[in-house]
Design a protein around this ligand. Structure first.
Ligand code: ADP
Ligand code: ASP
Ligand code: MG
Length: 401
């Protein structure tokens, strides 16, 4: 079999951990498989590099930022290849560029445009273990780019797709995908199987066990994705195209702390104003999530929307520039979180949303914004109550049973 394995930050967090990863890779190789390994930076390294840059400015240059951040993954990929070779298993490390990972030029959140897996395929033919630095690529100018936080998952899925791997295994510090973050609710249960669609919602709504774009791509390319622990041999979670036949209405609860809200008050109520505001944000690649508009009585409206917390500053400046109405008041609030319940069974059951609202009401938690789709309900609440809400909802939907 041709197997892609991705090891996250904690899994390569120390030299001893890298050694343990090397042993696991060797075991896979000895079983007669060809192996391509994608690695993250050692845990904490990416954050530290960001802090280093922030020592000088809060708005570092994107190009230099990416060159800086890509260093973390280069360290681990080189070390793992060195460790493997030292153990008698020929290995070769590639940077994103050497692995043929071509992206657009949006620094710190680049999108993959193509993969040229020639080097990888050649090395596999030579019977080498291939180790690729995750999270990074190169744009058409030859500048290094990175794929957004958690982007090594995306590197792994993209490479698995490009070389037609039989399976893409994501090794992390928990046994798989749980009904909610086991660090928030210790009673969370591991799921044996979850559909691409549910996983995509969970990941997009804050369950960082898999990066959302990696799930999207896995679905598109039909990559067999498995999440499991690098610390034991427990069975992980299979992410598949099948929707389970069991009758679980809800499969999980997610908490997204990276949320902030902008409210523009007294916007003139005329056609085109919303288009003006949101196209200005879209042009700068800012991801707007929930939108609420309240119609006032005096011909003006209040427009509220959420953006990722780390883009609040930029979004705020853009809105000020657009200046939808001279007298407006713009407010920003980053003391919010989004809690969501996800499940394909919601489509065919009623009363799912009302139970969520009642559960939060019983805890005295005020819901500030709501959005729903066929398979999820999201609520914006004060960040103080985020974990409490997760636990209360987890219990209300019997996910601990
Ligand atoms: P890695 O460094 O391996 O990429 P991450 O920290 O990105 O690992 O993701 C793993 C973490 O995701 C877990 O430690 C866990 O706290 C968190 N997590 C959030 N939601 C879930 C969930 N539903 N199931 C499992 N883990 C989750
Ligand atoms: N090192 C990067 C991050 O911390 C990418 C990853 O770990 O997937 O976001
Ligand atoms: Mg991750």
């Amino acid at each position: 079999m041709l197997i892609v394995q991705k090891y996250g930050g904690t899994s390569v967090g120390t030299l001893e951990r890298i050694d343990a990863v090397a042993e696991r890779v060797i075991k896979t190789k000895k079983e007669g498989n060809k192996v391509v390994v994608i690695v993250s930076a050692m845990s904490g390294v990416t954050n530290r590099l960001i802090e280093y840059a922030n020592f000088f400015t809060n708005e570092p240059l994107g190009r230099e930022m990416d060159l800086l951040l890509s260093a973390g993954e280069r360290v681990t990929s080189s070390l793992l290849a060195i460790a493997l070779s030292a153990k008698g298993y020929p290995a070769i490390a590639f940077s994103g560029r050497q692995a043929g990972m071509i992206t657009d030029h949006f620094h710190t959140k680049a999108r993959i445009s193509a993969i040229n897996p020639e080097n990888i395929n050649k090395a596999l033919q030579d019977d080498k273990i291939v180790v690729v630095a995750g999270f990074q690529g190169v744009d058409e100018n030859g500048d290094v780019t990175t794929l957004g936080r958690g982007g090594s998952d995306l590197s792994a899925v993209a490479i698995a797709g490009a070389i037609n791997a039989d399976v893409c295994e994501i090794y992390t510090d928990v046994d798989g995908v749980y009904t909610t973050d086991p660090r928030i609710e210790p009673k969370a249960k591991k799921l044996d199987q979850v559909s691409y669609d549910e996983m995509l919602e969970l990941a997009s709504l804050g369950a960082k066990v898999l990066q959302n774009r990696s799930v999207e791509l896995a679905k598109k390319l039909n990559v067999n994705l498995i999440t499991r622990s690098s610390f034991n041999d427990h069975e992980g979670t299979l992410i598949t195209g099948e929707e389970k036949m069991e009758d679980a209405i809800i499969s999980g609860i997610a908490l997204d702390r990276n949320q902030a809200r902008i409210t523009v008050r007294k916007v003139v109520d005329r056609p085109g104003v919303a288009a003006e505001i949101f196209s200005a944000l879209a042009k700068e690649e800012i991801n707007v999530d929930m939108i609420i508009q309240n119609v006032g009585r005096d011909g003006t409206t209040n427009l509220g929307f959420t953006v990722p917390e780390n883009e609040l500053h930029k979004a705020y400046e853009i809105i000020q520039k657009v200046n939808p109405n001279s007298g407006e008041v713009i407010e920003s609030d980053n003391e919010i979180v989004k809690v969501s319940i996800v499940g394909v069974g919601m489509k065919s059951h009623s009363g799912v949303a009302s139970l969520a609202f009642q559960t939060l009401a019983d805890e005295g938690i005020n819901i500030q914004m709501i959005s729903t789709s066929e398979i999820k309900i999201s609520m914006i609440i004060n960040e103080k109550y985020g974990e409490l809400a997760v636990r209360a909802l987890h219990k209300a939907y019997n996910l601990d049973k």
